[in-house]
Write a protein that binds this ligand. Structure first.
Ligand code: FMN
Length: 334
């Protein structure tokens, strides 16, 4: 099976492929989203933003957020539990350039669910309904919802909530095939995603444990979903989404980029993180990405240890260059 040839539309937004980058706090920041989009992704979604923070943001913060929405179509994910605040935040994001607003109903983290946001909304169907309806009413761009299968095994209500969402005008649903109480344990249940797909007519995006082309195809086959969302599989592989899209539409399996190209990608990503966050935060945040990029390559543990200790960005760039040149030489000699 290959993905349907016609493009997927979410409301008035047409996606360039059926492979979507998951929102991930601390990972899918503007530099990473830009990179993934440049390689090729149907859609990239912002990290979750607290709706309160948007509503009470300073002008300076909002200006920075606007600059972060330069990759169109930009999808902004909002978290929160008050319908009016969520609606106001959605309106502000829309004015800043968001082409889609996504509502977070899947975050399992205590700090978030204790405020009745994220996955906690799955246990509060009436409140969830009011939030979805308020956000849909507030903006003229498509509103989507990302949820889990339910709170726990005894209360898997994503089918019911998806029906409610469709009824109040939500235009697509993403299902991560785990309950809140599973956090990230066990396997994502792709067959449950099929139950949601069969319950609604709006597009359903399947998510959970897709790390390569075969898994993407299996998820789509098992769930019947209209698109696949990839999160952790893209760590250190911003090209993965483009490769999966290519495989789904042609059956061809692209080879990973040559090491010289990987080196150029890491260095460009590094520069963009420094420019986005400034020197100190940029260096700190970049370390985990550089670690992910080098995973699986020879001597990567020693390389990572060196990177962790270095505090001069020019020295880090030199280490990256040397490491990838050595890896290429080794590959050529093998
Ligand atoms: C570090 C991290 C941060 C995440 N942050 C968010 C978030 O901000 N909003 C959200 O809806 N999901 C978030 N998620 C969940 C992912 O979007 C996704 O649903 C989950 O990782 C399963 O997909 P995967 O197996 O492809 O990673 C996060 C996951 C991880 C690992």
């Amino acid at each position: 099976m290959t993905a349907p040839a016609q493009p997927l539309c979410i409301g008035n937004v047409t996606l360039t492929s059926r492979v979507i980058l998951a929102p991930m706090s601390g990972v899918t920041d503007p530099p990473f989203r830009r990179l993934v989009k440049r390689f090729g992704a149907g859609l990239v979604v912002s990290e979750m933003i607290a709706s309160q923070a948007v509503v009470y943001a300073s002008r300076k913060t909002l200006k920075r957020s606007k600059a972060a929405l330069d990759e169109q179509p930009a999808a902004v994910q909002l978290a929160g539990c008050e319908p009016t605040v969520m609606a106001d935040a959605a309106r502000i994001c829309r004015d800043l350039g968001a082409a889609l607003i996504d509502i977070n109903m899947g975050c399992p983290v205590k700090k978030v669910v204790n405020g009745d946001a994220g996955a906690a909304l799955m246990r509060e169907e009436a409140l969830a309904t009011r939030i979805m309806a308020a956000v849909v009413k507030a903006v003229d761009v498509p509103v989507t919802v990302k949820m889990r299968t339910g709170w726990d095994d005894g209360s898997r209500n994503a089918v019911a909530l998806a029906r409610i969402a469709e009824g109040v005008g939500v235009q697509a649903i993403t299902i991560h095939g785990r309950t809140r109480n599973q956090f990230y344990n066990g396997r994502a249940d792709w067959s449950y995603i099929r139950r949601v797909k069969e319950a609604v007519a709006i597009p359903v995006i399947g998510n959970g444990d897709v790390t390569d082309e075969d898994a993407a195809l299996s998820l789509l086959e098992e769930s019947g979903a209209d698109a696949v969302m990839i999160g952790r599989g893209a760590y250190g592989r911003p090209w993965l989404l483009a490769d999966v899209a290519e495989f789904l539409s042609t059956g061809r399996r692209p080879a990973p980029p040559a090491l010289a190209e990987q080196r150029a990608t890491v260095l460009r990503h590094y520069e963009e993180m420094l420019a986005h966050y400034g020197h100190d935060a940029g260096m700190r945040i970049a370390r985990k990405h550089i670690g992910w990029y080098s995973k699986g390559l020879a001597d990567s543990a020693a390389f990572r240890a060196r990177i962790m200790q270095e505090t001069d960005p020019e020295a880090v760039k030199g280490m990256v260059r040397d490491y990838y040149v050595a890896a290429s030489d080794r590959q050529a000699a093998a």
